[in-house]
Design a binder for this molecule. Structure first.
Ligand SMILES: Cc1ncc(COP(=O)(O)O)c(C=O)c1O
Length: 324
């Protein structure tokens, strides 16, 4: 049935038509079983998302209880539900600094997409409507919507059959010490990367660049741990030029690196926005979010009557937000 009916994410048509897909039937902790009873160690944690492990009864019970009590309630405009409000407050308490505001989404791609819109919205509210170009890095993965895939740039993801947003998005060299130019030390490589960003700002204009998107550790681009001090120096450059620093922590948050969030605890960076998904629900149900600063909220809310016309039916889904 799968081979006859399903188009999978990232399908290779030839291999799929020949071989079909591996059917997983059951999961417990970090172990999976297929329909023939063969057991596998789930080293990737689903897709970097099953942070607390599979098969937990407390999760199943919380999900069932919430599905029975209130399976859905929309959070558009002036409606809300209790689990999503409580989760927002919890995320605000856990997130670094003044990241006290939460925009819920359906996953990581829609979080990145929303963050990109918020860059433009915020800069416009600050009287800088032309400051909406985005900067990201080669080998980054930020999702699969039109905009998030245009921000990302993993080799192989870009195929001729699709179109991507080309204007207004700039890509810098991936901070991969293993691929640094021959003869340079890691510290010199870091200097080159920062200088490349400085040169881009000089060329494009600080009045045009609104946001910088970065996975603290580039995950599916190769688990790229940047050189010492790189992320902090890129953040300092952003601050100097009023460029919003958007940390894509879809993979790195919720314990993957031993902290709730990696940006500040691991890299000494206080982002303006953090995109999360995956470990947020440990993959039990879909959910994502942009956690953003009071400063951004205040700018966007100033003048009172503006509309933020962006969001998704399942934003703040009560089953996904429900605590265990
Ligand atoms: C760093 C990063 N950002 C965004 C995404 C997109 O998340 P989703 O697949 O939930 O839309 C991913 C997914 O792997 C990711 O690794």
């Amino acid at each position: 049935m799968d081979r006859g009916h399903v188009l999978h994410p990232w399908t290779n048509f030839g291999a799929f038509e020949r071989e079909g897909a591996l059917v997983i039937a059951r999961g417990q902790g970090a172990w999976l079983w297929d329909t023939d009873g063969r057991r596998y160690f789930d080293a990737v944690g689903g897709l970097w998302c099953t942070n607390i492990g599979l098969g937990r009864r407390d999760m199943a019970e919380a999900i069932a209880a919430q599905a029975e009590r209130l399976a859905f309630s929309n959070t558009f405009v002036d409606m809300t539900n209790e689990p999503s409000a409580r989760l927002a407050a919890k995320l605000a308490a856990l997130a670094p600094g003044d990241l006290n505001r939460v925009h819920f989404t359906t996953g990581g791609s829609t979080a990145v997409d929303s963050a990109a819109r918020m860059v433009a919205f915020y800069q416009s509210c600050m009287g800088r409507p032309g400051k909406m170009d985005l900067v990201a890095r080669d080998f980054s993965y930020h999702g699969s919507t039109y905009l998030s895939q245009s921000i990302g740039k993993r080799p192989g993801d870009r195929v001729a059959e699709f179109r991507y947003k080309e204007t207004g998005i700039h890509h810098l060299t991936a901070p991969n010490p293993y691929r640094r130019p021959a003869g340079t030390s890691e510290a010199e490589f870091c200097d080159l990367l920062v200088a490349e960003f400085e040169a881009l700002i000089a060329r494009v204009g600080a009045d045009r660049i609104g946001g910088f998107f970065a996975e603290p550790i580039q995950a599916s681009g190769g688990v790229i741990v940047p050189p010492e001090g790189y992320l902090r120096r890129m953040w300092e450059l952003c601050q100097r030029h009023d460029i919003l620093f958007v940390a894509d922590e879809v993979v790195t948050a919720f314990g993957r690196l031993g902290h709730w969030f990696a940006s500040l605890d691991e890299f000494g960076v206080q982002p303006d926005m953090i995109c999360v998904a995956k470990g947020l629900t440990s993959g039990y149900v879909p959910m994502g979010a942009v956690i953003f600063s009071d400063r951004l909220w205040e700018a966007m809310a100033a003048k009172g009557e503006r509309w933020f016309t962006s969001g998704f039916t399942y934003a703040g889904h009560p089953v996904a937000a429900r605590p265990r």
